[in-house]
Ligand binder design. Structure first.
Ligand SMILES: [Zn+2]
Length: 243
């Protein structure tokens, strides 16, 4: 497949991309990222480049949003070695791995660092220790945020709610009509406002299961700042879910 490197000057600087032609593609702007994170525009065979460029220029906001979100999904996996930065409630702290004779692993979060002590410090074992630690922290924090938020919500205040945690890659939370609220454990790495946003979203589902106008009315009432945190999770969520 032939690919030509191109640049489009935009108010935010040069936008680099390549155009590939495929015969079977929808006749609209079709964007992809290659493995190196570069923008690829897929165009039908009979589109001249000037037409593709004009379409890009007319849809710059869409292109930049696509790039932010697609690159957000390309975060590399963590190495679990000393000095690497790890997230706690939206802030980064250096990890320190200390190998010592002991049974089990111990994680301590103090003095602006995350210290893991264990006998054999392989990345898998450090990751397992951190997963347990994050989970315990998430269980405490999510419960506390949920209780605080539901206290002000007439339809949720007296409901029996079953809070469950699970590590997920694409979903921040779910809510079932029987009162089971499941939150993504990885949220404990995001700013607390993001946790509150997801909890408020799930609380609204207790009253309205569908994402219709009534749902957003409730969401607006419960947590008026919700839009910026939804955007934050869409643009940066990959930082919180990567392991
Ligand atoms: Zn929802």
């Amino acid at each position: 497949m032939k690919r030509r490197a191109q640049t489009l000057s935009t108010p935010e600087g040069g936008l680099d991309f390549t155009i590939v032609h495929r015969s079977r593609v929808k006749r609209r702007l079709h964007l992809e990222l290659d493995d190196a994170g570069a923008l690829v525009v897929v165009a039908p065979r009979d589109w001249p480049d000037f037409y593709t460029r004009r379409l890009l220029r007319r849809n710059l906001a869409h292109v930049h949003r696509f790039l932010r979100r697609a690159r957000n999904r390309q975060w590399p996996a963590l190495d679990y070695v000393s000095g690497e930065l790890h997230l706690v409630e939206g802030r980064e702290f250096p990890l320190r791995v200390i190998e010592e004779q002991r049974r089990g692993a111990r994680v301590r979060f103090a003095d602006e660092e995350l210290v893991v002590r264990l006998a054999q410090a392989s990345p898998e074992r450090v990751r397992a220790a951190l997963r347990r630690w994050y989970r315990e922290r998430a269980a405490r924090l999510f419960r506390q945020r949920l209780d605080t938020m539901r206290a002000g919500v007439d339809w949720a205040r007296d409901r029996d709610l079953d809070l469950q945690l699970r590590r997920m890659t694409r979903t921040w939370g779910t809510c079932r009509s029987n009162g089971v609220i499941r939150l993504n454990t990885h949220l404990v790495k995001a700013p607390v406002d993001c946790i509150d946003y997801v909890i408020s979203h799930e609380l609204c589902h207790l009253e309205e299961m569908n994402h219709g106008p009534r749902f957003y009315e409730l969401q607006e009432r419960l947590w008026p700042q919700w839009r910026s945190y939804r955007r934050h999770l869409r643009d940066h969520g990959g930082r919180y879910t990567r392991e």
